[in-house]
Design a protein around this ligand. Structure first.
Ligand SMILES: Nc1ncnc2c1ncn2[C@@H]1O[C@H](COP(=O)(O)OP(=O)(O)O)[C@@H](O)[C@H]1O
Ligand SMILES: CC(=O)N[C@@H](CCC(=O)OP(=O)(O)O)C(=O)O
Length: 298
């Protein structure tokens, strides 16, 4: 080996060592902390991307955190609703869910659920796939946005944490599909952002992270320079009132506000299409995406 090759090797090793050293305070800070990762269907574009997210969650677990995945699958549900001959319909970012659509949603979400569990197992980490029906975990009331009936769409009423705690105390990562039961034990479709927020609040999570298909919250989504890296809940409410956010960002931001108001310490919206975005957010000083804060920093 030449002297130049040896020096290059040393540089490479030092860069790797520095990355690990930079991560150290964050590993310490989040040791034992419950972390909820909402993995949106929009950020499940291909197998490589899914694998990157799963690897990150496995790493969070292996360095001592207690992660829970709550996943979506909206795009996949829409695909299968179309194949069944119906046009997908949304109201304020929520799927209008009749009985047939509920059946499709349940089938698709359970498939996505087991696929994520399989990938987790492939990474050598034990995961258990559940939906809100299992262990009486998620109970819902019928959601009526603006008084409108949008079918079998539930808002989380209670989250029973017994099963989740049992699993995590035994080193399993829970992977949750957003389906719940109403008082009559009917299956309800829950927006995955709502489900993640419900689980985060019930578990007193340290951190709730939304992985989606956009860099974060924009003042104008067509202008990449308008990305907001930090916002307090007062400005988040103003953005909603002024119609700055729409579509699927609406339930996300509403849930960010709710989670912060109910005691979740940190809430972030990240671009799940960026490889290893979770590691960048957790273990580097600068972080990425949009952080939602209780109060302004200055
Ligand atoms: N102001 C905004 N900033 C960022 N995204 C926005 C905004 N307004 C609407 N959106 C839309 O919200 C979408 C994210 O929600 P959604 O598609 O439901 O993702 P997920 O499947 O991850 O829940 C973005 O792709 C974007 O089109
Ligand atoms: C009521 C409602 O909107 N349910 C969602 C559940 C899946 C979901 O939220 O998936 P994403 O996170 O990928 O959007 C739906 O049927 O699409």
């Amino acid at each position: 080996m030449t002297e130049m090759e040896i020096n290059n090797n040393v540089d490479e090793i030092m860069t790797k060592a520095n990355t690990l050293i930079e991560a150290l305070p964050y590993i310490r800070r989040f040791n034992g902390a419950t972390i909820i990762v909402k993995y949106g269907g929009s950020a499940m574009l291909d197998d490589q991307l899914k694998m990157n997210v799963i690897k990150d969650v496995a790493l969070l677990k292996l360095v001592g955190m207690r992660p829970i995945i709550v996943h979506g699958g909206g795009k996949e549900i829409s695909k299968w609703v179309k194949l069944s001959g119906k046009e997908p319909e949304f109201y304020n970012g929520l799927r209008v869910t009749d009985k047939d659509t509920m059946n499709v949603a349940e089938m698709v979400l359970n498939k996505v659920n087991k696929e994520l569990v399989g990938l987790m197992q492939k990474m050598g980490v034990n995961a258990v796939g559940l939906c809100g029906k299992d262990g009486n975990m998620i109970r819902v009331n019928k959601k009526m946005p603006d008084g409108k009936d949008i079918g079998f769409v539930g808002e989380v009423s209670t989250v029973n944490t017994d099963l989740l705690n049992t699993l995590m105390d035994n080193d399993f990562i829970p992977v949750i599909a957003p389906i719940g039961l109403d008082d009559e034990f009917n299956a309800y479709n829950i927006n995955a952002d709502d489900a993640a927020c419900g689980v985060a609040k019930a578990m007193n999570a340290e951190k709730l992270v939304f992985l989606t298909d956009i860099e974060g919250v924009f003042i104008d989504p067509t202008n990449k320079k308008t990305l907001i890296s930090e916002m307090d809940i007062k400005s988040a409410k103003e953005f909603i009132e002024n119609g700055v956010v729409g579509g699927g960002m609406l339930p996300k931001l509403n849930n960010c506000i709710d989670a912060i108001e109910q005691g979740v310490s940190r809430v972030h919206i990240l671009d799940g299409r960026v490889a290893h975005c979770l590691l960048l957010e957790f273990f580097t000083e600068k972080g990425i995406g949009t952080a939602i804060l209780k109060e302004p920093l200055f």
